[in-house]
Write a protein that binds this ligand. Structure first.
Ligand code: AMP
Ligand code: MG
Length: 492
């Protein structure tokens, strides 16, 4: 095994590999494939510190080989994880075809985070893929995942992007890169489908126990720990999807292999944020039928969770009919849970401190007004949170005025001051999201001119999405009207 260079030998690595203690079914030992010329182009110093890593040692040219997998940090036990998944509704076997898990970094406060290299070369799961990733999509994952984190939405994070000095063909030659991804874990709904697909109940139980201990320790106390686990996983996804809906985030490829049991957003591919509110919004060029459109995200999450429930059936009850009944009951709780999380979040966005019976209808009316007028989702909420809607001409619209009167009346029935309402709204309505046109602009400069300044400026704005300063920056304005519809691509 390679030794680490002097500057990064003592970079604070405290790697463990508890995942490797699972049955062999769940992984293959495999190493990253070395690249020609590793060079770090983005490094997340704040995240490094949170992980107990020494930013100075790692944010250094000598450490670049660690960030492409040419060298391994002390304690790494590299492996490719096995999983299956339903892609666009169809079951397939998958696995890490272009990623290597180095291990779990244990932080000084006892946190445990997967450190994964994405784009690190072929593995036994690569099928016909090259195991590589292009620079643009890896920068994109870095930008959007860090934006989601700053918005307060559970997500995997990005520690670094390093270029490889090699081209990848998509099909035209593009610069290759490796992303260092940090996750609470990479256990997916598809990991459970993999175990269930093998009909190996003991492996399934081992995976469920491992996942419960790592992400749902409270289920140990439950009378039926596996049912409690399913219920908690369902609730966590309902909460996550509600958060996505509240910022207009469209994941784009909600296959079951891209749904993490940790409850974090994972696998940023063709994702993007909606500008004008339209529930039918789809960005992914291959999602022709809109399976993963904005409005479909809650039912698709429920569909994915049904695949999880199916996989867990053998553990729910010894009697299969009873298992199915329990699973169905658990799944039925998804939509009410989603609605509850949605309403809680929307009350925050609309400055409501108390609960009133008509709140959901008031929210729906506002959303419906946005749909009719194709209002910019982010800017409209932020405008409401500011010094009244008048500033942006919203009150000129009669139907808006009518809604606004009801809303103002609603707010007057709670004891909180106007300032408190405004503060609450500003904390719930971002001024800055990763606008597609700004993301594209920044990526283009990086990929075509090796100019990383626009990406870094964008990252700075995205790090403080709720700040008032950000509200008056170039990053808070919607795209100029009349542009082409935005399209994103898979096979990144
Ligand atoms: P994704 O669409 O990124 O969720 O990936 C779906 C599956 O395809 C996963 O098993 C990936 O590991 C695999 N995959 C994606 N791109 C590549 C590639 N360039 N080489 C090998 N496998 C890949
Ligand atoms: Mg994936």
């Amino acid at each position: 095994m390679s030794v680490t260079p002097p500057s990064s030998a003592d970079a604070g690595w405290r790697l463990e590999s508890t995942y490797a203690a699972l049955p062999k079914l769940f992984y293959v030992r495999a190493r990253p494939v070395s690249v020609t010329a590793p060079q770090t182009v983005l490094f997340n110093r704040a995240l490094a510190e949170e992980l107990g890593l020494k930013a100075d040692a790692l944010d250094h040219p000598d450490a670049a080989p660690l960030l492409t997998g040419n060298l391994l940090p002390a304690g790494a036990e590299p492996l490719a994880q096995a999983y299956a998944g339903h892609q666009y509704g169809h079951f397939t076997t998958l696995g890490d075809g272009r990623a290597i898990l180095l291990g779990e970094q244990v932080t000084l406060t006892g946190g445990r985070f997967d450190i994964q290299l994405k784009g690190s070369g072929q593995t036994p799961f690569s099928r016909r893929g090259d195991g590589r990733a292009a620079l643009g999509p890896m920068l994109r994952e870095y930008i959007i995942s860090e934006a989601m984190h700053a918005l307060g939405i559970p997500t995997t994070r990005s520690l670094a992007v390093a270029t490889t000095g090699e081209a990848v063909y998509r099909p035209k030659p593009l610069p290759g890169a490796v992303l260092t991804r940090v996750a609470a874990s990479h256990i997916r709904v598809g990991t459970f489908e993999w175990a269930a697909g093998h009909g190996d109940k003991e492996a399934l139980r081992a995976l469920a126990d491992y996942t419960r201990a790592r992400h749902y320790p409270e289920t140990a106390e439950a009378e039926s720990p596996y049912l409690a686990f399913l219920q908690a996983a369902i609730d966590r996804q309902a909460a996550l999807i509600a958060r996505w809906q509240q910022v207009g985030f469209i994941h784009g490829v909600m296959n079951t292999d891209n749904m993490a049991l940790s409850g974090e957003t994972i696998d940023y591919g063709p994702c993007a944020f909606m500008d004008a509110y339209d529930p039918a919004t789809v960005f992914s060029s291959i999602d022709q039928r809109g399976r993963y459109a904005y409005a479909n995200q809650p039912p698709i999450a429920q569909w994915n969770l049904a695949r999880l429930a199916e996989a867990l059936l053998p553990l729910l009850h010894e009697d299969e009919a009873k298992s199915i009944e329990l699973a169905n009951l658990a799944l039925e709780a998804f939509i009410p849970a989603f609605q509850r999380h949605w309403l809680t979040g929307m009350r925050g966005k609309l400055g409501m401190f108390t609960d009133e019976a008509d709140d959901a209808a008031l929210v729906d009316d506002f959303i419906e007004w946005m749909r009719k007028t194709r209002a910019d989702f982010t800017l409209t909420f932020r405008t409401l949170a500011g010094d009244g809607a008048a500033a942006h001409g919203l009150t000129k619209d009669a139907s808006f005025r009518q809604w606004h009167e009801q809303w103002t009346a609603r707010l007057s029935r709670q004891p909180q001051s106007e300032e408190a309402v405004r503060a609450r709204m500003q904390a719930h309505n971002p001024a800055v999201i990763p606008r597609n046109h700004k993301v594209e602009e920044a990526l283009q400069a990086a990929v075509e001119q090796q100019d990383y300044a626009p990406v870094k400026r964008l990252l700075e704005a995205l790090a403080r999405p709720y700040d008032d300063a950000a509200a008056h920056s170039e990053y808070s304005t919607p795209p100029p009207p009349g542009g082409q519809p935005y399209l994103t691509y898979c096979g990144t």
